[in-house]
Design a protein around this ligand. Structure first.
Ligand code: SAH
Length: 371
């Protein structure tokens, strides 16, 4: 552990090559309670043990199977042979002056992912990663540098929240909110993401309320329809970033496959099906999409849609060329939207003294993964 500009950094160096050979054993955190019940049944164990096991995993937050003292030694052994418990290793933990904590976790195969804890007046929010890298290729984003390495298992996403909760246990605090806005495109790892949601939401697990969970997508249209049909009460955010399809294609190549007019159609379906409002994330990229004219065009695009707009001043990424919009212009953009009766906020920055923007810590620490 060493200190760097007021930031605590825990660090251990491992090489990627010797890790990727390791045998893959599923994480017990990947199992929904019904799946654990089915596994128990298949192993001649009573179904009610699932509740007990969930309690050990998610309430008592144990780190070895032997700690499950009301579970027989035989079952402890069966569990230990079939599953792993600790799948994430903390290699960097940076704490910002504003309380934001950024974790770099190493996976069993040596890849690394980021997770961020943010402190709000309404609670503690964890931003989770769903993929090692990303294949969407947004031109402003650090997470996509180096492309997609692999999807995360549900348990690797769940374990991020459990590990952050363990860090908060020391302070007597609780994770109250989860945002799926870390590295990766959640709808490109749809089934595992859905299992993750169902697990953290379950009252025998972390019991995080659906309305306290937000998922954000770059706009994979078929999955927006599928997600709408799930009829969950989860908050839904779309990374919009442009008011017309030409500009959106320039900023986000995914728009060439899933075009803006079709995307807006899918969003309307989502709102109709769930009755929930959506959030539009709109990054302000200096000189690209941040003029009053763009704001007017955006207002016209989303007119009549039950929504909220979140303006994100660009996070500087060294490998990318985007610059910040001047403050006055950000406020002017906001005013223009408000004039049209649109709900709008400007995203507050968290952890600006650490590498808190998505993908930045991993890009810096693990250059070989993001080349
Ligand atoms: N892949 C999902 C989840 C990422 S959420 C998605 O695209 O929605 C992270 C949010 O930050 C997204 O809206 C993303 O477009 C935005 N973002 C990425 N890089 C950024 C940058 N350099 N500056 C500002 N916002 C950025």
């Amino acid at each position: 552990m060493f200190t760097k500009a007021g930031v605590i950094v825990e660090k251990e160096v491992t090489t990627l090559e010797n890790k990727q050979e390791q045998k893959e054993i599923p994480s017990i955190y990947s199992l929904r309670i019904e799946e654990l019940e089915a596994w128990l049944k298949g192993n001649d164990e009573p179904k009610f043990r699932a509740n007990q096991i969930f309690e050990w995993l998610y309430s008592k937050r144990i780190s070895t199977f032997e700690e499950m003292t009301n579970v027989s030694k035989g079952l402890q052994e069966k569990l230990a042979n079939a599953f792993t418990l600790t799948t994430l290793k903390t290699i960097v933990k940076q704490e910002s002056k504003d309380g934001t904590i950024k974790f770099l976790f190493e996976l069993h195969d040596g890849y690394s992912i980021e997770t961020v804890l943010m402190r709000h007046d309404y609670g503690n929010s964890v931003c989770v990663t769903t993929q090692v890298g990303c294949r969407i290729g947004c031109t402003f984003c650090a997470s996509t540098l180096g492309g997609l390495k692999r999807n995360l298992e549900a348990g690797e996403i769940v374990a991020q929240v459990v590990n952050v909760q363990k860090a908060l246990d020391e302070k007597g605090e609780r994770v109250s909110h989860v945002v799926i806005m870390g590295i990766g495109e959640p709808f490109d790892n749809y089934d595992n993401m859905l299992s993750f949601l169902k697990i953290i939401n379950h009252d025998k697990a972390l019991n995080i309320g659906a309305r306290h969970i937000t998922v954000s997508t770059s706009g994979i249209i078929p999955k927006i329809y599928a997600f709408a049909d799930e009829q969950l009460q989860i908050n839904f955010a779309l990374s919009l970033h442009a008011p017309n399809t030409e500009l959106r294609s320039k900023l986000m190549p995914i728009n060439r496959a899933y075009k803006l007019p079709d995307l807006m159609e899918a969003i309307r379906y989502y709102i109709k099906k769930t009755g929930r409002r959506v959030s539009f994330e709109y990054g302000l990229f200096g000189g690209e999409n941040d003029s009053v004219m763009h704001a007017e065009e955006l207002a016209a695009l989303i007119k009549g849609i039950k929504c909220h707009v979140n303006l994100i001043p660009v996070n500087y990424v060294p490998e990318r060329n985007y610059v910040r919009t001047p403050k006055d212009q950000i406020f002017e953009f906001e005013r223009t939207l408000k004039k049209h009766g649109i709900n709008v906020t400007i995203r507050r920055e968290h952890g600006s003294d650490i590498d808190a923007a998505c993908g930045q810590l991993r890009a810096k620490e693990r250059k070989e993964e993001t080349k």
